[in-house]
Design a protein. Structure first.
Length: 318
């Protein structure tokens, strides 16, 4: 059964009526095919109209949709000969960060990502995509490994942010994130990052300090969640919709601010309505972004990447 968001209730009602009429026809009742077609057309038009004018807060809800393709879905759909790598060689393995080696359209690559999980068991296993220090140290290890063997890096970002627990802070959360960002900036190989859902705070940029940063149409990317921002500024998480407006966290806003490089269109109604098409579209966008980077040598890649992020700071100051 499809999960509908609050703002999708009118769409849910229409699609429910379509399903009821379809079952009537299947059960051998009166022929209502024409009425079904009319209602289906009306539902599709309403869906397209609704998703054409989503507010930032509604986009945040879509980015968090439980049926949206997750990191492991992209790995399964795009990466062949997948070999996962575990552990940070210092403390433990963090299931919130996925890392490994494989082939992307025939080319050997290193892959990183944050995995939220799809049901209760997998969400608990992956800590809802909130990485701990060992996760970022694993990411750093794999980025350094990629540099050593000349493997392009692909990352798929979907996290509300780094894990905020006391034990994570005690094990050096901030330092681990900073070192992961440093490893991304210092990698002498092409690096393409894609924000596939939530891109939350340093937990996201730790895996996205890349040559090219792509973003799905209804994903979000921000220094803090709308709820967190509202709680800090106004002491009221219920003001999250206003915070979402102020944060400029949508793909359109970030492209306009030159903080990302490309927006990948989603199927009408969001990625959760057609996961296979979304994965394929991301694969094509990643391939197109990667191709020109393969022509550049390590020093050039590092210099250009450094300037890319320094320019963001210069623009913000200006």
């Amino acid at each position: 059964m499809r999960h509908f968001l609050d703002f999708e209730k009118p769409i849910a009602e229409l699609e429910g009526k379509v399903e009821e009429l379809r079952r009537t026809t299947d059960a051998g009742g009166i022929d209502v095919a024409e009425e079904v077609a009319k209602l289906r057309d009306k539902a599709e038009k309403l869906l397209a109209a609704t998703y054409a004018k989503l507010s930032p807060w509604q986009k945040a809800q879509v980015a968090r949709h439980p049926e949206r393709p997750k990191c492991l879905d992209y790995v399964a759909g795009l990466i062949e000969e997948w070999t996962p790598l575990a552990g940070d060689r210092a403390y433990a393995d963090d299931a919130a960060v996925i890392g490994g080696l494989g082939r992307f359209r025939g080319r050997a690559v290193a892959v990183l990502g944050t995995e939220k999980g799809r049901d209760t068991d997998t969400r608990v296993k992956h800590n809802f995509g909130m990485a701990k220090p060992e996760g970022y140290r694993k990411a750093r290890r794999i980025m350094e490994l990629a540099g050593r063997f000349g493997l392009p890096i692909l990352s798929f970002v979907d996290t509300s942010g780094a894990f905020p627990g006391i034990e994570a802070e005690a094990r050096g959360q901030a330092e681990a994130i900073a070192r992961s960002i440093e490893a991304g900036l210092d990698a002498p190989v092409p690096f393409v990052a894609t924000v596939i859902g939530e891109g939350g705070s340093g937990g996201a940029i730790a895996l996205a300090a890349a040559d090219r940063v792509l973003m799905l149409q209804h994903a979000i990317y921000s220094v803090i969640s709308p709820e967190g921002c509202a709680s800090i500024l106004w002491r009221d998480a219920a003001l999250a919709p206003q915070a979402a407006e102020a944060l400029r966290l949508t793909a359109e806003d970030l492209k306009r601010l030159a903080l990302i490089d490309e927006i990948i269109e989603e199927p009408v109604g969001g990625a959760h309505r057609d996961g296979a098409a979304t994965v394929a579209a991301v694969g094509d966008a990643v391939a197109n972004a990667l191709e020109p980077l393969l022509l550049l040598d390590g020093p050039t890649l590092k210099a250009r990447r450094r300037e890319k992020f320094l320019d963001m700071g210069r623009s913000a100051v200006a």
